[in-house]
Design a protein around this ligand. Structure first.
Ligand code: DOR
Ligand code: ZN
Length: 351
């Protein structure tokens, strides 16, 4: 008879980083920053505020507001981005780089939440992209086409052929991160490129497929962009995340929206996962039998891509069944974190 190994009671990894998060501003910022700061040493903060963060000066001011919301005694470093618009110049890029901005975000205009000021045609931003290529500033891409004629489930795969591939041919030395990949096609595309292209993967795209959103009742808290796809795509993402490939790393895309803007006739896109982010990733890696691969994905690959030192601290998770709260009250409105049915089987120590 085979000996069955008893499950490990805890796991300790180097402290992870979140390479893609939305922290918002104002009261929402104060409410959500502590969750990210409690689990992650650093986070790349998305610039899609209203109005967006488009300049070095705005990024530095936003950084100060984020730091003011970090609880006393918690060490957390926000890494800032600016939002590419049709009017971004090469000088804007150079100033941002000099101010410590780590990357520039491309939202195709109209692709997602607060993307109306995004790029309408890539040729308009050629000087900015050329400056980024020259200065080594990575481009973070929301990889979906916006053509209303393209089915929402195909918008990422069409983007690869019609936008990303031509972009990479025009700017071969530009470093690119395809954010929150959701399809097997995107995984294969990233794997086909030896250098200069990487991808983040969210916890919710590793755990769920589109049935979670649509089968047996519409569940708006599972609605995000790019939208959850078929199970076979989820399986491809899980294989990429757990496969030890340095091109894939953790990015939660935690995107809080007030409950009344999720539970309504035309709900906002975004899954709020920050309160239980690393617990969700552990759950996915354990289901894949790959707990030993979590640290590389969560704590090493992203830092290596960005040329930043790996974190020295550690984070421990204990195996314990618990039901996180389904509602978090904030100063002005409530938030609904994305919690799997039946709760969680892991919990951050001192969490
Ligand atoms: O679901 C999403 N929510 N996808 C995005 O790209 C943006 C984000 C948000 O800001 O709410
Ligand atoms: Zn995002």
């Amino acid at each position: 008879m085979c000996a069955t190994r008893s499950p490990v009671p805890s796991i300790t990894i180097a402290q992870p980083d979140d390479w893609h998060v939305h922290l918002r501003d104002g009261a929402m910022l104060s409410a959500v920053v502590p969750y990210t700061a409690r689990q992650f040493a650093r986070a790349i903060v998305m610039p899609n505020l209203l109005p967006p963060i488009t300049t070095a000066e705005q990024a530095l001011a936003y950084r100060q507001r984020i730091l003011s919301a970090v609880p006393a005694g918690v060490a957390f470093t926000p890494l800032m981005t600016i939002y590419l618009t049709d009017r971004t110049t090469a000088a804007d890029i150079a100033r941002a780089r000099d101010a410590g901005v780590v990357a520039v975000k491309l939202y195709p205009a109209g692709a997602t939440t607060n993307s109306d000021a995004g790029v309408t045609a890539l040729h308009r931003v050629a000087p900015a992209l050329e400056a980024m290529q020259r200065l080594g500033v990575p481009l973070l891409v929301h990889g979906e086409v916006t053509d209303p004629a393209v089915d929402i489930f195909d918008r990422e795969s069409v983007f690869l052929d019609t936008v990303l591939d031509p972009l990479r041919k025009d700017f071969p030395a530009l470093r690119v991160v395809m954010e929150h990949v959701t399809t097997r096609e995107a995984v294969q595309y990233v794997q086909s490129v030896a250098q200069g292209l990487a991808a983040t993967i969210t916890a919710h795209h590793l755990l769920f497929h589109r049935n979670a959103l649509l089968a047996g009742g519409l569940r708006p808290h599972y609605y995000c962009l790019p939208i959850l796809k078929r199970a076979e795509h989820r399986d491809a993402l899980l294989a990429a995340a757990t496969g030890g490939d340095r091109r894939f790393f953790l990015g939660t895309d935690s995107a809080p929206h007030p409950i009344h803007r999720k539970e309504c006739a035309q709900g906002c896109a975004g899954c709020f996962t920050a309160p239980v982010a690393i617990e969700l990733y552990v759950t996915a890696f354990e289901a894949a039998g790959a707990l030993d691969r979590l640290e590389a994905f969560a704590s090493h690959h992203g830092a290596d891509f960005y040329g930043l030192p790996r974190n020295l601290g550690a984070l421990t998770l204990h195996r314990v069944a618990w039901e996180p709260p389904k509602r978090i009250d904030t100063a002005d409105e409530g938030l609904h974190p994305l919690i799997p049915e039946g709760g969680l089987g892991w919990r951050v120590a001192n969490g």
